[in-house]
Write a protein that binds this ligand. Structure first.
Ligand SMILES: Nc1ncnc2c1ncn2[C@@H]1O[C@H](COP(=O)(O)OP(=O)(O)O)[C@@H](O)[C@H]1O
Ligand SMILES: [Mg+2]
Length: 358
């Protein structure tokens, strides 16, 4: 290379040809007008080159970009800044907008300061980014809508199960009690045994209905607060799936708005469902750490860990958890744990809540 460059004089390089054929737009601005532009640059504005040259800089950008473009121009003209790389919106001949990425520096031209720059048309890239942003936004809104709708539906079902089904079962139990009181005679021992078994079965059914109702709409959240409700949920989980569980809470418990507490509870429920379905864990630890201005929740299992290669296409559990976290202004991070297993970490900034009268 050294050898080659020493032989070639810069004057020998056919710059003009390179500039004219360049796929990037190339231009020179002198006295706030385009005194040179290659075909590519002129075409970005919808002009043949001859017609473009001589146009004023301010006429070639959208009105809301003029101020910034002129500020950048003067910064370089004054020599304060030599070169600037920035994005702006050009105005095409037909009034449409061309998104441009520019890199221009101060040069000398006819003995005066001028600008020489290179530009690329990034309109498509900006549009694609905008479409992506919009569709992400819609996805988020949809997730939020589904989460809210599920919450309302669960609350309705929980009430039905608790009030209607629970009420009917209680009536059945009371009637059975009345029958049991009349079947105490020695010759009715067999019938009495059946009735007593039935009372036990109905009681078990009542307890199950309560547990289902509680799972769907955790009233324990309102009655006991988040840590106790989570502890109950965790213990039920451990019992049901024969997994060792432990929970620690430290720091000063902060009162949380009901919607926030519900979302946190749902995140833990969903994470526990994942542990039971995927992790093959023997132990689950939940910790709640209250700081003055944040809540850190960590749910750790000692299972097989998340294998990104094995993720079910279309799985939305993790997405929905992250969305719930985002909705309450938190962030959710899932990760592996040294030695295997999975860590679900929710970080939530806490705003001081006016203390509610208890
Ligand atoms: N605690 C966990 N242990 C092991 N794998 C997990 C755990 N949580 C999630 N995964 C993996 O992440 C995937 C996505 O989870 P999720 O979005 O909840 O979908 P789903 O549970 O319906 O499969 C699961 O299919 C599983 O492979
Ligand atoms: Mg899941």
């Amino acid at each position: 290379m050294q050898h080659l460059t020493s032989q070639i004089q810069l004057d020998d390089v056919p710059f003009r040809g390179i500039v004219e054929q360049s796929l990037a737009g190339i231009y020179v601005v002198l006295d706030e007008r385009f005194m040179y532009a290659n075909d590519t640059f002129a075409a970005m504005f919808g002009f043949p080159r001859d017609e473009f040259i001589g146009r004023r800089l301010v006429d070639c950008v959208t009105p809301d970009s003029v101020e910034e473009v002129m500020r950048n121009y003067h910064l370089r003209m004054s020599g304060e800044v030599h070169t600037i790389h920035y994005y702006t919106k050009g105005l095409r001949r037909d009034g449409s907008v061309v998104q441009l990425e520019l890199h221009a520096s101060r040069v000398e031209c006819r003995g005066r300061p001028a600008l020489a720059g290179v530009a690329i048309d990034i309109t498509e890239r900006v549009q694609r980014r905008e479409e992506l942003r919009r569709s992400r936004e819609q996805l988020r809104e949809l997730a939020q809508h589904i989460n809210n709708a599920r919450e309302v539906e669960r609350a309705r079902l929980a009430r039905e199960v608790h009030d209607v089904l629970g009420g009917m079962l209680t009536s059945v139990k009371m009637d059975l009690g009345r029958i049991a009181r009349r079947t105490g005679a020695p010759d009715q021992q067999e019938l009495n045994g059946i009735v007593i078994d039935l009372v036990a079965l109905v009681q078990e059914t009542i307890d199950t209905a309560r547990a289902i109702s509680e799972e769907m709409r955790p009233t324990s959240l309102d009655l006991l607060g988040l840590p106790a409700a989570l502890r109950q949920c965790l213990e039920r989980f451990g019992h049901r799936h024969a997994v060792a569980v432990a929970m620690t809470v430290d720091g000063d418990e902060a009162a949380l708005p009901e919607t926030v507490a519900t979302q946190i509870y749902r995140i833990v429920q969903e994470a526990l469902t994942n542990v039971s379905r995927h992790a093959k864990a023997a132990r689950v630890d939940l910790s709640l750490h209250y700081e003055p201005e944040a809540l850190e929740l960590r749910l750790v299992d000692d299972g097989c860990g998340i294998d990104s290669g094995r993720m079910r296409p279309g799985a939305i559990g993790l997405f929905s958890m992250a969305e719930r976290a985002r909705e309450i202004g938190g962030t959710l991070v899932l990760g592996g744990r040294p030695g295997g297993g999975t860590l679900v970490h929710l970080h939530l900034a806490l705003k001081p809540m006016p203390s509610a009268p208890r």
